[in-house]
Each structure stands twice: as C-alpha cells, then as structure tokens.
Design a protein around this ligand. Structure first.
Ligand SMILES: [Fe+2]
Ligand SMILES: [Fe+2]
Length: 331
C-alpha cells in the first residue's frame, strides 16, 4: 500500500523535474517537534533493518556517531546565525538548531538502550570523543561551516532514499510482513529523523553560500564528511556485530546476512549508498543546490502519513511542535 503510493509520487515527479533553488515554499516554516518515545531495552529489535544483523549495525553505529555530528552542526549553526542578516534564513537556522538538538537528545536515549543490550556504545563514544574533540571541533569556523553543510548533504541523501526507494528504505519495509519489525519505536525514531533531515536539508547549505560560497572549501568539507560517514561509520558498523557477539566471527549464517546487508547498503540496484552515488557526488557540481533534488511531495505525503492523528506511526509519541517566530529568531 505505502510502496504503491510512493511509486505513484515518483512517477509524477520524474516527469516534472524542475530545479528549485530558492526557499522551498513547503518548508519555509519548519517546526521544531518534540517527542517522547519512552524506549524500553526489552522492546529493542537489534535486527530492525530488514531483519539483518550487519544492515542494522550500520544504523546503530551511525546513531552513536551522529549525535557528535549533530552537536557540531548545532554549535556551528549557532555561531553563524549571528552573522546572517536575512530574518527568514535566521528563523530557518533556529529551526535547524532546534530539530538537531532534539535528534541528538532522542538518539542518545536510543543509544542508551543499545548499551543496555550490550552494544559497544561506551567504546564508540570514547572513539567519537577523540575524533570530534581533537580534530573536528578544533577546525576554524569556515571549515566547520563547510563540514556542517556536507554532513547535512549526506543526511539529505539518506533521507531522500528512505522516502523514495521502495526496496530498501526503512519507510517502505513496514509494508512487507517478511521485513516488518515489531519494534515500532525504533522505526518511528528513524522515520521521524529522516523526515526532518529532508525538511531542513537546504538550510546549512544556504548559510554556507551566504557567508562563504567558496567552492574548494565546500569540496574539502565534502571529502571530510565522505571519509567520516562512509569510512569511519562503516568501519564502526562492520565491527559492531563482532563486538556485540563474537560468535558472528565463526557463524556461516552470519555471512549470508552480510551478503543481504551489503545489497541493502551498497548494492548498485537499491543500496542506500550504492544506488545514490550520482546524488552524493552531485554536491561537487559548482551550481549544486540541495533543492535541485526536490522532495516536496514526498515530505507532504510522509508528514500526513506519519503524523495522522488516528493511525500515524509517530502520533503516540508526539508531544508538541512550534515554529520559531521571525521576531525571536535571534534569541
Ligand atoms: Fe539530525
Ligand atoms: Fe540535519
């Protein structure tokens, strides 16, 4: 059902691909949404992503590392918000900061239940602390600004994949009884996060263009984000199953899981990264803008679908939302 609707939007969109380089009307007022997922360690499905061990491990490693990336985004956006003159962009930066702050907080809650389920969260936090405290957070502000824009590009690529792809997306797997998980809270967490990553995907890039716009600095931030998200996080994902359960080292069944997981993550046909190289590297185009990849209709569809008052997957956990007003955007 869901996959049919998504396919329909895709067919409509692919016949109407127009570049949209200005503030997207649908995402002008971006709300900061509050949720309480009340995670419980006994409800965690450690194979929540298509019932794969390695596939799920990538998202588990990402969840641990991304809170550090989000804290960098928050700090960098706060610093640069004061330099932005346009009140609308200022307001949007406040929305970005608010959304990322809540992502970071709630992912930490989820990471805690990973820890309670014997995942190596403490070790990964220790390593991430070293990388961020000793390297990334010491960069000069222009470099952090570039890195922030690039991190947001990668999360936008993943988010678009999750909304559009009908074979390997978290959004679509709920349609299939074979891949569906009973861990609704974990699903809701990732769906909500991806929705908002797509919702605010152009803000960091717009700040970068307004305050710098230097092409080669942008490329440098992209390379750093690429190495971190596809290199370090992937390494974290590969090691995670072994650190969690050393028996995977000698399990033949696990190596079948590896094949399936790699198809989902890096397979050329529908892998999260493998089928999106063109989108990832499109960032290197000199006149690139995040809104060249228009996701407006998907966003509208998923907002209604996930937050439906009667049966939306996010509805049981939703507390409140507000849009930062223009006049207090500098607060
Ligand atoms: Fe986020
Ligand atoms: Fe983001």
């Amino acid at each position: 059902m869901l996959t049919q609707v998504v396919r329909k939007i895709f067919l409509t969109r692919s016949g109407n691909e127009t570049a949209c380089k200005q503030h997207n009307v649908a995402s002008l007022n971006i709300p900061i949404r509050h949720f309480d997922f009340k995670f419980d360690k006994d409800e965690l499905d450690s194979k929540f992503y298509f019932q794969t061990v390695l596939g799920s491990a990538y998202w588990q490693a990402l969840s641990i590392f991304l809170t550090y990336g989000e804290d960098l985004v928050i700090e960098t956006a706060r610093f640069h918000r004061d330099l932005v003159i346009d009140p609308v962009l200022k307001q949007r930066v406040t929305s970005l900061i608010g959304q990322e702050a809540i992502h970071s907080k709630i992912h930490e809650e989820w990471n805690e239940i990973l820890k309670d389920n014997r995942f190596p969260v403490t070790l990964y936090r220790f390593l991430a602390d070293k990388v961020f405290d000793h390297i990334f957070l010491r960069f000069p502000q222009p470099m952090k600004l570039s890195l922030m824009a690039a991190i947001e590009h990668f999360t936008a690529v993943i988010a678009q994949h999750m909304m559009v792809n009908t074979d390997s997306s978290i959004m679509a797997m709920m349609d299939n009884p074979l891949t569906r998980t009973e861990d609704n809270k974990t699903m809701a967490l990732w769906m909500w996060h991806m929705l908002e990553e797509s919702e605010h995907k152009d803000i960091a890039y717009d700040i970068y263009q307004v305050l710098s716009g230097n092409y080669w600095l942008r490329v440098s931030g992209f390379v750093l984000a690429l190495v971190t998200i596809l290199g370090l996080v992937s390494l974290g994902g590969i090691m995670l199953p072994y650190l969690h359960s050393p028996r995977y080292l000698i399990s033949r069944r696990y190596y079948n899981d590896v094949k399936d997981s790699l198809k989902l993550l890096v397979g050329r046909k529908y892998g999260v990264f493998g089928s999106n190289w063109h989108h990832v590297f499109d960032y290197l185009r000199r006149d690139f803008h995040p809104n060249d990849h228009d996701t407006t209709e998907y966003l509208e569809f998923y907002k209604k679908y996930l937050l439906d008052p009667e049966k939306g997957l996010l509805t049981p956990y939703f507390i409140k939302e507000f849009v930062p007003p223009l006049r207090t955007a500098t607060a």
